[in-house]
Design a protein around this ligand. Structure first.
Ligand SMILES: C[S@@+](CC[C@H](N)C(=O)[O-])C[C@H]1O[C@@H](n2cnc3c(N)ncnc32)[C@H](O)[C@@H]1O
Length: 236
């Protein structure tokens, strides 16, 4: 899945769309954008294995199960699709570290303020950004994520959205983040030997300008790269 195939598609914001999709995919799993193996160094670096984690828009991805195998002990998974939540509950009933609840990220009032150390979002803000009321939905979701995080907590956003289209939403009123950006090529992308991106480690943060944009000289070799925003919740 890349930027172009996800953009201009209002269905991604609809619960009905996801229910129908997950009915078709019964019994299977699909990890959007990146698998755990590619994300593991970032998750291990920023999220401690004993932390309380909220996986928003979990879908039927394997990432939470892989995290448990890697030592993570407390992951609450939510999704707007009751179909996928029921499937995942059955699939993971033998894994006590994983809990599943049907919930809309725009209203997570079930949880008290500052209930989580970390929130992981792989493709869910992106889905909301494809809905007809994209900006308002994104506003509600980010407000909720901010409310649920403890001070110093981490919102890890994995997205196809570059800083010009994601930082303005992240920096909405009421939120105070320290944002560090990483960029990883899509799975299977081979960079040209000797190019600037082949020489750069994906674990090197990508500098942002004061306006929160990529520096003009930054070369994005794979146009379908994914962006990992590490947003640390700061005291106001
Ligand atoms: C692009 S998929 C990503 C699934 C999974 N995170 C992954 O990485 O493979 C987006 C997920 O967000 C869920 N979703 C969409 N809108 C939502 C909302 N308002 N609240 C909760 N989940 C939502 C969808 O049901 C879907 O499972």
């Amino acid at each position: 899945m890349n930027n172009r195939s996800m953009s201009n598609t209002y269905e991604y914001g609809d619960a009905e769309y996801w229910d129908a999709r997950y009915c078709e995919q019964a019994g299977s799993s699909f990890d959007w954008y990146q698998r755990f193996s590619a994300l593991r160094p970032f998750i291990n670096k920023f999220i401690s294995s004993c932390s309380k984690i909220l996986m928003v828009g979990c879908g039927n991805a394997r990432i939470s199960e892989e995290m448990v195998k890697d030592g993570y002990v407390d992951i609450m998974n939510i999704d707007i699709s009751s179909i996928v939540i029921e499937m995942m509950r059955k699939r993971c009933m033998h894994i006590p570290q994983l809990k599943y609840m049907q919930m809309d990220v725009r209203d997570m009032s079930f949880f008290e303020d500052e209930s989580f150390d970390s929130v992981i979002d792989k493709g869910t803000l992106d889905s909301l950004m494809c809905s007809t009321d994209a900006s308002f939905s994104a506003f509600l979701m980010i407000e909720e994520v901010n409310r649920l995080l403890k001070p110093g907590g981490i919102y890890m956003l994995i997205t196809y959205g570059d800083p010009s289209v994601r930082i303005p939403h992240l920096n909405q009123p009421g939120c105070c983040w320290k944002i560090t950006l990483y960029i990883i090529p899509r799975a299977g992308f081979e960079s040209v030997v000797g190019s600037s991106s082949s020489l750069r480690s994906v674990m090197e943060p990508v500098p942002l300008t004061e306006e929160g944009l990529l520096a003009p000289e930054y070369v994005l070799e794979d146009p379908d790269s994914h962006y990992i925003y590490i947003c640390k919740k700061m005291e106001d």
